[in-house]
Design a protein around this ligand. Structure first.
Ligand SMILES: [Zn+2]
Length: 86
């Protein structure tokens, strides 16, 4: 039996909370949404895409996983969910 291709799966599934793309980390699928950053566990090869089972990553850890450059601007992350003062 061949291993399940999580890499392909990650292109098909989205975060159940914010519907952003997910990327495969070592043992989890991580949401690419900057305001979400949920990490979904993969148990015995099966991704558990339940918000209740997910952990929210720190911005720094999340940045490493999703491949963003170091030094994510915390303020800009906050802006994405904040009010849009003009
Ligand atoms: Zn998300």
């Amino acid at each position: 039996m061949s291993e399940f291709e999580l890499g392909d799966l990650a292109d098909l599934v989205v975060c159940p909370q914010c519907r952003s793309r997910l990327v495969l980390s070592a043992e989890s699928l991580v949401c690419t949404g900057a305001g979400c950053r949920l990490s979904f566990p993969v148990r015995e090869g099966i991704p558990v895409l339940l918000v209740d089972e997910a952990d929210e990553l720190d911005p720094a850890d999340w940045g490493k996983v999703v491949g963003r450059p170091e030094g994510i601007d915390r303020d800009s992350v906050m802006d994405s969910t904040g009010d849009d003062a003009s």
